[in-house]
Ligand binder design. Sequence first.
Ligand SMILES: *Cc1c(COP(=O)(O)O)cnc(C)c1O
Length: 345
Amino acid sequence: MKKLEKLVRPNIWRLKPYSSARDEFKGEASVFLDANENPYNTPYNRYPDPLQWKVKEKIADLKGVNIESIFLGVGSDEPIDLLYRAFCEPGIDNVIAIDPTYGMYKVCADINNVEYRPVRLNNDFDFEPDKLLAEADSNSKLLFLCSPNNPSGNSFSFEKIRYILDNFQGIVIVDEAYIDFSAYPSLLEKLDQYPNLVVLQTFSKAWGSAGIRLGMAFASKNIIQIFNKIKYPYNINRLTQEHALELLKRNGEIQAWVKELVSEREILQKELSALPVILHIYPSDANFLLVKTRDAQALYDYLVAKGIIVRNRNKITLCENCLRITVGTPEENKALIDALKKVTL
Ligand SMILES: *Cc1c(COP(=O)(O)O)cnc(C)c1O
């Protein structure tokens, strides 16, 4: 990897961030007259902790990472956008990503006017590291991997990811939104070895909390400091921080959900494979299954008419006639299977 100073946009490297009232005074006091808050409606009258230390302490314990290696964002969407804003000079720099993958990487590239270079996966949705690296030039700042990948559901081997980490000159992002459902270990344990690694995780999937909008980025302290410099000062609101603290106490329950969903995934996989309308089910390490059908649009419309919504991925690279099906409760999965048994397409 190049030196961080060479990768970060010069204006961001030089930036002196906004300093909030809560940044300037930390500690115990009983009279707070520093932030123009209203004294009534406690505790929501107060600005939240801009760096969310209580939540991060719990996450650091749970994940075994240094607290200074954690960034919290409004979903994973925020760190994805911040990566562009920190590293990519609009109209000049470019990023590399596997294709197909999560759509937000490209949307953020387009918003930030950064060239996006998709590299087609092979028919098993796997990649050749050298093919990805062949797209890189001296303006390639970011390389996005997603493991387990959305929409295909498969994980990538650490050997391939390591090859990218060792040979790409910019920042390598590994999006682990679905890691809790995967048999593969998280790359968090490699964080100390790779100063160019950013791992993304989220409260939206295994943690059952898409509604609170809380995403995590893990990286070297130096990268996290840059994110902190450019984020909105109070990006994570008080309600979200409170809910996250409650959730983190319920870790055992969350792990039980994950176990249940993985076992339901296996059941769903078996049941779907017995249906003539399903031509192929791709192996999944996530809480969804990508399935190939004879006619994805017709099947999608049929299910919608029954009140069952799946994701039509027909127009995505390598996903012709594919539907992406999220694993639900046993009852929801049964409703899907029952509907598919009756289909006459
Ligand atoms: C669902 C998902 C996320 C989560 O995004 P949030 O903004 O945290 O809700 C991130 N990455 C991938 C690949 C996803 O599928």
